[in-house]
Design a protein around this ligand. Structure first.
Ligand SMILES: *Cc1c(COP(=O)(O)O)cnc(C)c1O
Length: 355
């Protein structure tokens, strides 16, 4: 732990880009607000924590992160309620997860002053960028990378932490067609599957591209040894409604990202009366439930899209189709979550942190 408190200095822009800019219907991740947060880890401590105008970085071609991939990130959202107050959804959960990712990647821990307090200050400063429109939000992207300018393979001594903000929404998530992957793997026990590390995404793109060629939107990853137990989809965890149970793969093997939306959805599923089971779930069990007519719903959970329904699941030549128009559970959980975030449903779990 750092003994001293870290102050984040603030240098405001003199030229806001917001005037004349419409916050309606923005695609995910393309536009950024007026300010960003930047901090440096040097000589074993965090310094130069600063909120400043959003701007490019000047980096050396020998920057360690570009060669060896010590890079991690988070994804969080801020919302406005009807009164115009701004709230961030469960940022402390992302803070914890960020430092778990950092530890696994041999990167330094980021202190709360920079991650949480810096985020609150940044969002407060750019509060006018939070769209006050249903299904819209401000996406928050904290990230860290190694910044030694030496191409030797070892953990870097220097790091940069940044946080950038992107207004977004609505995320139109059409029901997806999912291909159950059994050639490529995303994560193995002992690997980095549980870390939100950049390399996990780079390594998944080829398999996803192959699935797209076959007409699928994403792959459902399976375990590396038998391709038997399901893991997760792209940037989403996956939940199966089988009978009166909500079943999702457990986090025990360290091959799955512990999604904050996953945890939120499981909490709300319990509230809705489901028995929630976190345990290994095999593709055979899924197919048997489908054949027996008790696999009612399959959906993905993640910050970007919240809940995404799956209308087709393909394993080898076996295709499972679903009439998502008839579903009750996924739409209800999505509505409850959105209502909590936008202030129309009681925040009984204390998820919303006021800015
Ligand atoms: C970010 C992410 C998720 C979803 O996590 P949330 O905290 O719900 O956004 C799931 N899987 C992977 C691989 C992810 O990167």
């Amino acid at each position: 732990m750092l003994a001293t408190t870290i102050d984040v200095t603030v240098n405001k822009t003199e030229h806001s880009k917001l005037a004349g800019f419409s916050l309606e219907n923005l695609p995910f991740g393309r536009d950024f607000t007026d300010h960003m947060l930047e901090a440096d880890y040097e000589g074993g401590e965090w310094k130069n924590a600063e909120i400043k105008p959003y701007q490019p970085l000047l980096l050396s071609p020998s920057l360690a992160a570009l060669h060896y991939g010590q890079a991690i990130f988070e994804g969080i959202k801020a919302y406005k309620n009807a009164e115009g107050d701004a709230f961030i959804f469960r940022p402390y959960d992302n803070f914890k997860r960020f430092n778990i990712s950092a530890e696994r990647m041999a990167m330094p821990q980021v202190p709360e002053e920079i991650f949480i307090e810096g985020m609150k200050q940044l969002v407060a400063l750019d509060k006018a960028w939070i769209p006050q429109i249903p299904d819209h939000s401000l996406y928050i992207r904290p990230f860290m990378f190694s910044s030694d300018e030496v191409i030797g393979v070892r953990p870097s001594e220097n790091y940069k932490f940044l946080n950038i903000l992107s207004p977004t929404g609505p995320y139109y998530n059409a029901p997806m067609r999912i291909y159950v992957e059994e050639q490529y793997v995303r994560a193995v026990p002992g690997g980095i599957g549980y870390a939100k590390a950049a390399g996990n995404y780079g390594s998944s793109m080829y398999a996803t591209a192959q699935a797209k060629k076959k007409g699928y939107d994403q792959v459902l990853w399976t375990d590396a040894f038998e391709h038997k137990y399901v893991q997760e989809i792209g940037t989403m965890n996956v939940i199966f409604i089988i009978g009166d149970k909500a079943i999702t793969p457990d986090l025990g093997a360290g091959t799955i990202l512990a999604g904050v939306t996953r945890d939120s959805a499981l909490t709300l599923l319990k509230e809705a009366g489901f028995t929630v089971e976190e345990r290994p779930l095999s593709i055979d069990e899924i197919i048997d439930a489908y054949k027996a007519g008790v696999l009612y719903e399959v959906f993905g959970t993640g910050t970007a899209a919240t809940i995404t329904m799956i209308k087709e699941l393909r394993y080898k030549d076996f295709v499972m189709n679903f009439d998502t128009d008839k579903w009750r559970t996924a739409p209800t959980i999505k509505k409850w979550l959105t209502d909590i975030r936008e202030g129309r449903r009681e925040d009984k779990y204390g998820w919303m942190v006021k800015v």
